[in-house]
Write a protein that binds this ligand. Sequence first.
Ligand SMILES: Nc1ncnc2c1ncn2[C@@H]1O[C@H](COP(=O)(O)OP(=O)(O)OP(=O)(O)O)[C@@H](O)[C@H]1O
Ligand SMILES: [Mg+2]
Length: 349
Amino acid sequence: MKFFNREKEIREILSILEFEPNFIYFIYGPINSGKTALINEVINKLDEKYVVFYFDLREIFISKYEDFIEVLFEEYEEDKDPIELVKSLVKDSSVLFGIPTPKNTLENLLSKKKPKNVFKYITNILLELRKEGKQPIIILDELQKIGDLKINSFLIYELFNYFISLTKHKHLCHVFCLSSDSLFIEKVYSEAMLEDRVDYILVDDFDKETALRFMDFLAKNILNKKLSNEEKELIYSYVGGKPVLIIKVFNKLKYKDLNEILDFMLKDECSKLKRLLARVKIRKIGGVEYENIINALKLFKENYIVDEYIVDEDTKEYLIKKNILFLDPIESTLRPQSYLVWNAIKKII
Ligand SMILES: Nc1ncnc2c1ncn2[C@@H]1O[C@H](COP(=O)(O)OP(=O)(O)OP(=O)(O)O)[C@@H](O)[C@H]1O
Ligand SMILES: [Mg+2]
């Protein structure tokens, strides 16, 4: 699938990269809004001055220190000098998924069991890359996955401290953290140690105008025919500007009728919501009251966006965890994770 638009966000990130590193950037937004796709598009546009270390925590089960180390490093059999190894590898590729590390060095790092040694090791490599005229960038996708991991103290705080030293203090390496977990972003946002050291980039679902243009783009690329304005408006009214849902509709349009597709998608979303409500009704979960959930969802009958403080903390947390609502801590707002969820709420409640 070809990448579409996001010119504004791409420009923003590229302009951040032109200056010396100063902040840790958090890229956040509703689920499936296109955060990962965007950062990959940015990576594709970088010139050879940049070296990207891309750590994807999504596919890895992280429950202990060793798991985290496994994400950070890629083991090499050769017993080369670590710096020479990295230097030789960045000649061929400007994106590395893990820091290439000789086997012996890695075993040594693991045996010490202290993040400090690991950070020192990484800093050394970054410094050497800078000496070569390269600008390193660290990207961590799905950072919330290590939010609860404890190694003596919480790993995430040690990591944040390290990132502050790389950006604000040493101006050595750009750092971007991606997360679709809005409860995690809220914690980051209210964390005193990060104040003035962090900035946020919202990657939202497409607005209406962009969503309609995305449909023209898909009509041409997937269907090889045009859609009428009424058809596009109808799709938008069901799934809004969430790229992945619009793509889903277009893929199905190859062999199915539009109304049938949209009705099925809404029915599916309604079933999921009904099942969730039924479960809350029969047994209280974590102090969440059925009535409170219903009352919170009722707020969305008339509005797409509400003030986050109208909803009590437990109910809010539950609905966010279940991917029904998205919290934007910077705007202090709550809204359904997608138009499809919104339509399901309006239909059921
Ligand atoms: N600008 C775009 N152009 C084309 N396709 C896109 C675009 N943005 C997103 N997509 C499509 O939507 C899918 C989901 O996007 P992506 O995985 O980047 O979202 P995400 O915000 O990272 O999701 P998550 O919340 O799960 O981390 C992608 O696989 C891609 O097919
Ligand atoms: Mg993602």
